[in-house]
Design a protein around this ligand. Structure first.
Ligand code: ASP
Length: 376
């Protein structure tokens, strides 16, 4: 049972004259009195409104966001909005896009006390996972959010998501930002960015963290699970990484999988690694033909990472059944309780960094940013 160790009242408070005029940019420490928050809009449903003439959903000018959300002025922080152009539907997200986002955050890192990224929900879990690896030793929060309904419609969930994301980005404790990791806020929960996936295309509760507790919950009070947050990093040690290698693949097993198509995929030129989505706690067919194809890929130095296709919770324990042990015996690497999103982006990051294969195999089993449970 997870204990809530700290509760705070709502973030909202009336603007004081003093805070309204505080706009200082403190380069060496955190702005404690009135944090500066940079909100980066990248596209997606959240930034749309209905055109009164043809009733179609169209992106609105984010510089006019205060007309949509006048209550932004009640938050106790200074907020700057920037767009990462061109705006995209998140289905067009890719490693180049993640690296441009990293460039933007790195360029502004000293100027702001926290970052909010507004993003389409469809691939938001990939982006939050990728950012968690690319932004190392954060001592400030990066909170990603979006919405299921556009900000410009009456029943939008975007309003609460933006206000809470900014509130979390600006929250402070003991002279430091409360959060120092990549998080995703949606509906009533703050999640670790590399522990989630989108599991609902219709509900406002669109995201699920199968194997890690919420970092905070928003109800009438805001309560943190403080013991679940990443430990504080040493200020000044932040590193932004600028490379990703997308020579990675994904094979989801199913009964009757066509071995020729699997083999063809494993022979993709330049391929470094494949996430193998297996059954249950990491089980797979035991037929010699199936195992031979995997064995040959491993012999060609392709890393195979075992991730469970069970979405509700639990991870990979290859020693539990003979059907999993076969995989361990031929050298398949356990992905523990990582999500597929985290496993794929971790591989892109590790190969981007150019580590030797043995190091990558070791790092895959280690928690670099809280993305997995070690010794699962
Ligand atoms: N297709 C949109 C996107 O992911 C959906 C959304 O924003 O929720 O960009």
């Amino acid at each position: 049972m997870v204990q809530n160790s700290r509760s705070t009242p709502l973030f909202l408070s009336p603007p004081s004259e003093k805070s309204v005029f505080l706009h200082s940019r403190n380069k060496s420490a955190y702005n404690m009195e009135r944090p500066n928050i940079l909100v980066i809009y990248t596209g997606g449903t959240i930034g749309m409104m209905m055109d009164p003439e043809d009733k179609a959903l169209k992106p609105f000018e984010f510089k006019n966001i205060r007309q949509q959300l006048p209550m932004l002025d009640l938050l106790e922080c200074d907020i700057t909005f920037q767009s990462l152009l061109p705006l995209i539907d998140s289905s067009d997200t890719n490693p180049q896009f993640w690296l441009r986002l990293v460039d933007m955050i790195e360029a502004e890192y000293q100027n702001y006390d926290g970052f909010v990224v507004l993003h389409g929900t469809d691939t938001m879990a990939y982006t939050s996972s990728a950012l968690s690896f690319l932004l190392e030793n954060l001592d400030k929060p990066v909170i990603i959010t979006g919405s299921q309904l556009p900000l410009g419609v009456l029943r939008t969930d975007g309003r609460r998501n933006i206000l809470n994301a900014i509130g979390f980005a600006a929250d402070r404790k003991d002279g430091r930002p409360m959060l120092n990791e990549v998080c995703l806020f949606f509906q009533t929960a703050l999640f670790r960015g590399n522990r989630i996936y989108k599991d609902d295309a219709a509900s406002f509760n669109a995201f699920h963290s199968p194997n890690y507790p919420h970092l905070a919950n928003v109800g009438t009070e805001i309560s943190y699970n403080e013991h679940c947050l990443l430990p504080k990093s040493v200020p000044g040690t932040f590193i932004a990484h600028h490379k990703m290698d997308n020579n990675v693949g994904l094979i989801k097993l199913f009964p009757g999988i066509n071995l020729a198509s699997m083999e063809a995929m494993l022979h993709t030129e330049g391929l470094h690694a494949v996430v193998l989505e297996t059954f249950g706690v990491g089980n797979a067919p035991t037929s010699p033909d199936f195992l031979k194809i995997l064995q040959e890929a491993i012999d060609r130095d392709i890393i195979l990472v075992n991730i469970s296709q069970c979405k509700g919770g639990g991870g990979v324990e290859m020693q539990r059944y003979a059907t999993g042990k076969h995989l361990a015996d031929i050298g398949v690497t356990s992905g523990s309780d990582m999500t597929t999103e985290a496993a794929l982006t971790k591989l892109m990051y590790l190969f981007g960094e150019g580590y030797p294969l043995n190091t990558i195999r070791k790092l895959l089993k280690m928690s670099l940013r809280g993305e997995l449970t070690e010794n699962y």
